[in-house]
Write a protein that binds this ligand. Structure first.
Ligand code: GDP
Length: 293
């Protein structure tokens, strides 16, 4: 992940390393390179602007100029700024209801159904009793996919009438209470584009459920489109966080650097493979480390 960005940043640091004393001009050039790398990685331009402003101020203001190791100083400034943009620390899920309710939302193909199953498998490993709910009724294959995944990880999947998501969600909750389930994960409908009907239905489900978490799943490969749909979902629903998937692919990484800044909501997990165990809690410092190589 972040191959482009990483490669460019390494080049930038090389250009200022080993120079002994460096000039203000060297620093400005390095900052410009960082800016280009971020834009090339498809980071939102507002995020880039702020990022660059902070890096430049610090690089010119701190000891980089007089330092014996200007490259390392400069890298540290960029690393700190990356961590800041990524959100400083891991924000865990907040699951206080009994049973706890997690609503998964997102556009079709983002990895929502897969992520629901990945999360379920994680909870099961922690000894929790989990129920998956197939409320993505507009894509019949999604229901079968969830049933299949449930079988694979040995977690029950509530299906209901396969038609009315509001009814399915209510019945699933009755079922969860009856069976003393710890965590219920709802896979809701995804469409190709954000539309009003979809949002109204999601709002209705959220109003009925009052979920502990509403997690939006976004595909890192879709770049700025992912950030735009995140914004639209966040305006319509009280999202509690994001899962950014497909960071193992050719994604340029920009989404992960933009999404929190644009929406104010944290990334809580990242998807790093198609497999059931390909989900990691999101730690800003680790991701900053990966970006810098
Ligand atoms: P949904 O329409 O949002 O429910 O999306 P799916 O869960 O069906 O996922 C769409 C495709 O993305 C499937 O082929 C998944 O295996 C794949 N996928 C999901 N998450 C990841 C990930 O983190 N990495 C990779 N490489 N593929 C993923």
């Amino acid at each position: 992940m972040f191959e482009n960005l990483q490669e460019k940043l390494i080049k930038t640091f090389k250009s200022i390393s080993g120079k002994g004393r460096i000039s203000e001009k060297n620093i400005k050039e390095a900052v410009r390179q960082v800016k280009l790398s971020l834009l090339e990685a498809d980071v939102n331009f507002k995020v880039v602007k702020e990022f660059i402003k902070d890096v430049q101020e610090k690089a010119l203001g701190e000891d980089v100029l007089g330092s014996f190791t200007p490259d390392q100083q400069f890298i540290k400034i960029v690393r700190d700024e990356l961590i800041k943009v990524l959100g400083e620390k891991n924000i865990p899920l907040s699951l206080s209801s009994k049973p706890a309710k997690i609503m998964m939302v997102g556009l079709q193909g983002s990895g929502k159904t897969t992520t629901a199953a990945k999360l379920a498998a994680r909870f099961k490993k922690e000894g929790k009793k989990v129920l998956l709910v197939a409320a993505d009724v507009y894509r019949p294959a999604a229901i079968d996919q969830l049933i299949q995944l449930g079988r694979q990880i040995d977690i029950p999947v509530f299906v209901g009438d396969r038609k009315n998501p509001i009814k399915i969600v209510a019945e699933a909750m009755d079922d969860a209470v009856k069976n003393v389930v710890d965590i219920v994960i709802f896979d809701t409908a995804g469409r190709l584009h954000v539309d009003e009907r979809m949002m109204d239905e999601l709002k209705e489900i959220a109003g009925q459920l009052e979920p502990d978490e509403i997690l939006m799943v976004v595909d890192a490969m879709t770049g700025q489109d992912a950030v735009n749909s995140a914004k639209a979902f966040n305006e319509a629903l009280e999202l509690t966080g994001f899962v950014v998937t497909k960071l193992d692919g050719d994604a340029r990484g920009g989404v992960i650097l933009s999404i929190r800044h644009v929406t104010g909501k944290p990334v809580k997990f990242i998807g790093i493979s198609e497999k059931i165990d390909g989900l990691e809690p999101f730690f800003p410092d680790r991701v900053a480390g990966r970006i810098l190589g």
